[in-house]
Design a binder for this molecule. Structure first.
Ligand code: AHM
Ligand code: MG
Length: 336
């Protein structure tokens, strides 16, 4: 039997390997792991507990109905960062504005965390996989003072770590600190995330495409050409690709990480910026995709090179296997 490496051990080994590491990032990752175990427990019980299932009756900044578990997860992560002491402020998809923590310890924190506490939450009451996505940056404001808006709207290429937790048939935590991507599966019997997917690499090509095809007639012509290419027998596989759309970004992305594929949420005539948020969804997954050998673009340019202007900014999103994203981009370029 081979030795099990827990997330804790793995993070500490990584810290020991980098003489510049001070342990702060390590503690943030540990805080995330603990919060996500609690959220995982709540997600697992969602179907059992009446008062957890269903909408809470208020809407979030995106105008969507907020499920109670969104709120529960949001509070759980905020608490973890506020009391962890390494983070001076956070921004969450569920809150209109960012939060600058007020304690002296937090004001001395060097990092900010941006996150989507429970993505795909419309899937909760139909028992489909959901996820948490997070992104960690060094603050740009003065240590000792309150976190600022500028701390929150940094370019994705400034991320020091990013990851996601998938509450699927098992719970997995996948993250990068810019040195490859590693995946850990929660063993519920011992309550530990165990290294199950070391050094993850996204296949350079694949034959799975994920897009809400209900939007096909309201997206641009170049993308329609790409989808026609996926469906034709004249593509690189000489046979139609398979369409796979869960409608839960973390789950769709994770599948493509392992099997190879592309996920697309494009601009449409009704949503000219697409649906997904640059800071909470696109940047963190883009960092992971690139670290695993994949690509993430708007269909035209690299996601991580966009200078955000607003906290809740949306962008068109093409992410996945390198060859597939490049092909989609070439179809778009051909019609522009
Ligand atoms: P959310 O952050 O409100 O949960 O929305 C994001 C989700 C993604 O998980 C998913 O890929 C997409 O929205 C689905 O959108 P659509 O129903 O338009 O296909
Ligand atoms: Mg989301």
């Amino acid at each position: 039997m081979s030795k099990v490496t827990t997330l804790n051990e793995f993070i500490l080994e990584g810290q020991a390997a980098h003489s510049f590491a001070t342990g702060e990032l390590t503690r943030i990752l540990n805080d995330i792991a603990v919060a996500s175990k609690i959220v995982s427990r709540d997600v697992r019980r969602a179907g059992l507990v009446d008062h957890i299932l269903g909408a809470q009756g208020n809407t979030n900044v995106q105008g969507e109905e907020q499920q109670k578990l969104d709120v529960v997860a949001d509070e759980q992560f905020i608490k973890a960062f506020e009391y962890g002491g390494e983070v001076c402020g956070i921004a969450s998809e569920e809150n209109d504005d960012f939060v600058a923590f007020q304690s002296e310890t937090s004001k001395n924190g060097k990092y900010v965390v941006l996150f989507d506490p429970l993505d795909g939450s419309s899937n909760i009451d139909v028992n489909v996989s959901i996820g948490t996505i997070f992104s960690i940056y060094k603050r740009v404001s003065t240590i000792g003072e309150e976190a600022t808006f500028e701390d929150m709207i940094q370019m994705g290429n400034q991320q020091v770590a990013a990851g996601y937790v998938l509450y699927g048939s098992s719970t997995m935590l996948v993250y990068t600190t810019g040195d490859g991507v590693n995946g850990f599966t929660l063993d519920p019997s011992i309550g530990e995330f165990c290294l199950s997917h070391p050094n993850m690499k996204m296949p350079v090509k694949g034959r799975l495409y994920a897009m809400n095809e209900g939007n096909i007639n309201i997206c641009e012509e170049g993308l329609r050409d790409y989808i026609a290419y996926c469906q034709s027998s004249e593509n690189d596989y000489q046979a139609p690709y398979s369409g796979r759309y869960i409608g839960s970004l973390v789950a769709d992305f994770h599948r493509n990480m392992i099997k190879g594929g592309i996920y697309i949420y494009p601009e449409t005539t009704t949503a000219p910026e697409g649906r997904l948020r640059l800071l909470y969804e696109c940047n963190p997954l883009a960092f992971i995709a690139e670290q695993a050998g994949g690509l993430a673009t708007t269909g035209r340019k690299r996601i991580m090179d966009i200078q955000p202007q607003q906290l809740h900014e949306r962008v068109p999103f093409y992410i996945g296997s390198k060859n597939m994203v490049e092909k989609a981009m070439s179809c778009i370029a051909a019609k522009n």
